[in-house]
Design a protein around this ligand. Structure first.
Ligand SMILES: Nc1ncnc2c1ncn2[C@@H]1O[C@H](COP(=O)(O)OP(=O)(O)OP(=O)(O)O)[C@@H](O)[C@H]1O
Ligand SMILES: [Mg+2]
Length: 173
């Protein structure tokens, strides 16, 4: 999984850290090699890093590596928010879109995974078992895990969040 372009709208860490309502980070324009994200404490670095992957969790803010141990509603402000991430895996370009709306007391979240066809159109990801990314969290998670592996393995191996549990603290199992 290689992140290509991230947009966050209505996130607390972007508002407080960068004093703006939305931010777009274009990683494709960066040169090859090691890239550092720098800024003073509270500038919003972790808010960006925590979203540079397609799983519906901000790993440094979750109490454990599970979607049940995290709620986006604790990290967004206002009545609507958006996370959109374009990423690449095995030569295919994907787009994860999370939308959050909270006009009243209850909120509605939708999670879509699309891939870009050879003709340039975005189509919903579907799996051999018939699962189609239709906006529901469950279908989204199934599609993402079919492409990138389980959430727990991803955040224990290829992606390290701030304050991640050190590998040395894991048991053999
Ligand atoms: N859910 C939240 N509720 C309240 N404030 C938040 C929330 N998420 C982020 N913030 C605030 O937004 C700002 C940006 O946070 P973030 O953790 O992204 O900064 P950072 O650049 O990683 O800081 P550090 O260098 O300390 O790790 C901080 O002021 C933080 O307190
Ligand atoms: Mg941080």
């Amino acid at each position: 999984m290689r992140p290509l372009k991230l947009t966050l709208e209505g996130f607390v860490g972007v508002r407080d850290g960068m004093k703006r309502e939305s931010v777009t980070l274009d990683l494709e324009a960066l040169p090859d090699g090691l890239i550092a994200l720098t800024g003073p404490n509270g500038a919003g670095k972790t808010t960006l890093m925590d979203n540079l992957h397609p799983y519906p969790i901000m790993p440094s803010r979750a109490s454990k590596l599970s979607v049940d141990a995290f709620s986006y509603w604790d990290h967004i402000c206002g009545t609507s928010a958006l996370k959109e991430l374009e990423w690449e895996h095995d030569g295919i370009r994907y787009r994860s879109s999370f939308t959050f709306r909270k006009p009243g007391k209850t909120g509605k979240a939708e999670y879509y995974l699309a891939y870009r066809d050879v003709d340039g159109t975005w189509r919903p990801v579907s799996l051999p078992d018939g699962t189609v990314s239709d906006g529901k969290a469950e279908s989204y998670n199934r599609c993402v895990e079919a492409i990138n592996g389980s959430l727990e393995t991803f955040f224990t191996s290829v992606f390290s969040a701030q304050n991640r549990r050190p590998l040395a603290s894991y048991g053999a199992g």
